[in-house]
Each structure stands twice: as C-alpha cells, then as structure tokens.
Design a protein around this ligand. Structure first.
Ligand code: UD1
Length: 418
C-alpha cells in the first residue's frame, strides 16, 4: 500500500493549475445516462472516483473513453439499470445513478450506501422525493428498488438543502410529466453546473442557483457537451497550504466560488490578490487564529473544514471551528494531534489552541478531506512525516504530490508499507 512521505518546513512558491471539480463531474456523468448518444465532458479530473464512476457507467451498459481529461460517455447501449454494492460502498456518489436511471427506464436497483467515516449519511430525502414523483420504493437484500410506470411532477420541500438529493430529484424530474418544484434546494456551484448540463441536453429548468428550482418535464433529452468547473475544494486546499508556506498562485480557478474561503483567509492575516481566473496568496505573519462555522454554499464548505483546522494548529491564539453540515466529521483531529497540535473535540465543535511548531509524524488518512489536512500539516511540520492509506486522497486530488513538488515541497510516494 502506498504512503506519502513529506520532509516538511520547505517554502512553497510558484503556480499551480487547479483541476476540474470532482463533485461536479460525478453527477454530470450520471446525467449523461438519461439520453441516447455521446456526451463529451472536458476538464475531467483523473481521480480514483471518476474512474470508479466510469466502471459503474460501463456496468450499466454505457461505453466510455477517457483520455487527457476528456471523457466521452456513449449511453446508446445502456441496458442494465443497477448499481452493485461493491462500487457503491467505495463511492457514495454512485447513488447519483438513481434519478437518471429511474427517469430513463422507470426502474432502478441501487445498493443502499450505508454509513461512512463521518457518520450515518442517510438518503431519506432522495427516497421521499422520488416517492413524491410517484415512484414505488422498496428495500430488498440491501438494495433500493425504485419503479414507476411514469414519474409525475410534484412539489418537494427538503428539510435541508441536500446536494445529493437535489441532484437526484432534478435528474429524475426532467422527464416527469408536468411541473416539479423543489423548495430549499441546494445551490452549490456543482448543482448549478449539473442543471446547466441538463438544460443543454434539452431539459426545462428555472431558478438554477436559487433555493427554488422549477422543472417542466420534457419528453426526451439529447446528449450534450460540457467543460467541468474548477474544483473549489482543491483550490481551497492549496490556499491553506499557501497561507502557511509561501506565495503561490492558483490558476484555472473561479474566485467567486471561493468567496467565503478568501474572506476567512484574509481575516487570518493573509494577503490575497484576485484576478479573473487566478488567485495569489501570501502567507500570514502572524497567522491570526479565527473562528469558523461551516454552512451550505455560499457559506464555508464542510469539505474545507479539516484543512482549516490544520491551518489553525499554527494560529497565534485559539480558534473554534464548528461543522453544522456533518456533525461527526473530525477523524483528522487525533491524527493532527500526532504532529503536536493541540485540538479538542466537543460535539460538532473543535477547539484549536495554536502552537509554535508542528513536528513530523507517521499518520493515517481516514477520508479524502482529512487526508488533505494531514498533507498541509506535514508540509508545515519540521522533519519527516509518512501518511498512510493514501488511496483516500487519490479519490479526490489529481496528481497531488506532483503539484506540491512543483511548488517546492519535498514530497514523494512509496509503496513500502512497514
Ligand atoms: C455532497 C458532497 C460532499 C459534501 C456534501 C456537503 C458530492 C459527491 N459530495 O455530499 O463532498 O461534503 O455534499 O456539502 O457532491 N442528509 C440527510 N438525508 C438525506 C441526504 C442528506 O439527512 O437524504 C443530511 C446529511 O446527513 C448531511 C446533510 O444532509 O448532514 C448534507 O448532506 P448532502 O448535502 O446530501 O451531502 P452529499 O450530497 O452526500
């Protein structure tokens, strides 16, 4: 099993290109299943998760070709509306096939995802929403079966603006008879791009990017092409590294998607220059300890909470960081403490007392974003760190060692598990 080895405390400088957004491309790949024909998706990050999704689309019967970050999905031969346990258990986003396949076939069988490293992560909003659209849902041997002769438009009020449930319901509703209104919908940029892709395919969707999405069902969709938006979470991760370690410039980003992160980093004392598609960050001196509470977009993303905790371990005072989206998402805390950090967890809040330095240590990745926080801490720590279970980071970050090495980090991968 691979490990990432980092000799920390090296200054970073230079430019880094940000890849396409994982959380945008995954639902867009499943949306391509709704229509017959070839959709070309560009700026697709080459990640473990995108490759897992390709595997799933191929099991469902699509033909995929993936070269140089361009993915072509040919859905003409799609014939098997099932997502098996083996794939769903490695990537929850496999659940995104539910809406599209139900829309196209009136039947779908998807393994129930189960919990994950950061809590139970239920799918009740997805299922209740589909029931409102007229689907009959049952659970058999760990699989969800959804069927309907046809879906019909309905009014759906989400208790919480779930990203995944919004995506699934929109994808199911595009071919439903009549009008669907989703209240309290998610307005994350990735959901906005999914809706834009569906519109390119011929769907009728209004209120994109607002909390009220209105979908007029149409008879059929056609394949379409799209370029994936930059990954705001990867960008935020590099910004946090820059805040500690040197002046770096992020290219191919959308600064608007990073508003809340930029504001927090400025509050922490960083100087940030923004251009149309790039952001430069200069480290904070001193690094001011700040408080933060995660929220849905445009709030501070839960997917950057772990990285901010890593940054705050070197803050000048104490900071309080609360996760309101996932209350259990703190598996990085005991690992960060192995570097000498001083962090305590109480319910869904962490209390970070800033320390003068971190020291290299062997640590273990537990999920995608927790791994990113360990890389940030290891880059800042004095001495050598070894991060194991790096397959988590490979799920969500393209060429991460290469990108950091190019900026001046001493980082490499080994496969000598000891
Ligand atoms: C997506 C992102 C994930 C991110 C999360 C929140 C993808 C592939 N993943 O996950 O990286 O951290 O948004 O921004 O895009 N909930 C329910 N019932 C449901 C659905 C959700 O109670 O049926 C709750 C969840 O437990 C959680 C909250 O709603 O507390 C938000 O979850 P949701 O927005 O659905 O996250 P995902 O779509 O799974």
């Amino acid at each position: 099993m691979d490990k990432i080895i980092i000799e920390g405390d090296k200054e970073l400088s230079g430019e880094v290109n940000i890849s396409g957004a994982k959380n945008a491309v995954l639902p867009i790949m499943t949306a391509a299943l709704i229509a017959d024909g070839k959709s070309t998706i560009s700026n697709v990050p080459n990640l473990r998760d995108t490759r897992t999704m390709i595997q799933l689309l191929e099991i469902i019967g699509a033909k995929c070709s993936f070269n140089d970050n361009v993915l072509i999905v040919d859905s003409s031969s799609v014939n098997n509306p099932e997502a098996p346990y083996d794939l769903v258990k490695t990537m929850r986003a496999s659940f995104y096939v539910l809406g599209p396949l139900l829309a196209r076939f009136g039947y779908v069988k998807v393994s129930l995802p189960g919990g994950c490293a950061w809590g139970p992560r239920p799918v009740d909003y997805h299922l209740k929403g589909l029931e409102k659209l007229g689907a009959k849902i049952s659970l058999k041997s760990g699989y969800i079966l959804a069927e309907a002769d046809y879906l019909k438009g309905a009014k759906i009020n989400f208790e919480y603006p779930s990203v995944g449930a919004t995506g699934n319901i929109v994808m199911a509703a595009v071919l439903a008879r009549g009008t669907t209104i989703i209240n309290n919908a998610a307005k994350e940029p990735e959901i906005v791009q999914l809706c834009e892709f569906l519109v390119k395919m011929g769907a009728s969707i209004n209120g994109i990017g607002s909390t009220k999405i209105i979908i007029e069902g149409v008879k059929s969709l056609a394949s379409a092409d799209i370029e994936i938006i930059p990954d705001r979470i990867e960008a935020g991760t590099f910004l946090m590294a820059g805040a500690l370690l040197g002046n770096i410039k992020l290219k191919k980003v959308n600064p608007i998607h990073l508003d809340s992160v930029i504001l927090k980093l400025q509050e922490a004392g960083c100087k940030i220059d923004i251009e149309q598609n790039s952001i430069s960050i200069f480290p904070a001196d001193p690094l001011i300890s700040i408080d933060m509470t995660t929220d849905v977009y445009p709030g501070f993303a839960t997917d950057l909470q772990a990285q901010l905790v890593a940054l705050m371990t070197l803050g000048n005072k104490s900071s309080i960081i609360t996760d309101t989206v996932y209350h259990d998402r703190f598996s990085h805390v005991p690992e960060l403490n192995r570097f000498g950090a001083n962090i305590k967890v109480q319910k869904n809040t962490v209390f970070v007392r800033g320390c003068n330095e971190l020291r290299g240590a062997p640590v273990m990745s537990t999920d995608i974003r927790a791994s990113a926080s360990l890389i940030i801490a290891a880059l800042a720590a004095k001495g050598e760190s070894a991060i194991s279970r790096v397959y988590h980071i490979d799920r969500g970050y393209e060429k991460i060692e290469e990108k950091f090495r190019y900026l001046g980090a001493e980082i490499h991968r080994t496969n000598s598990e000891t």
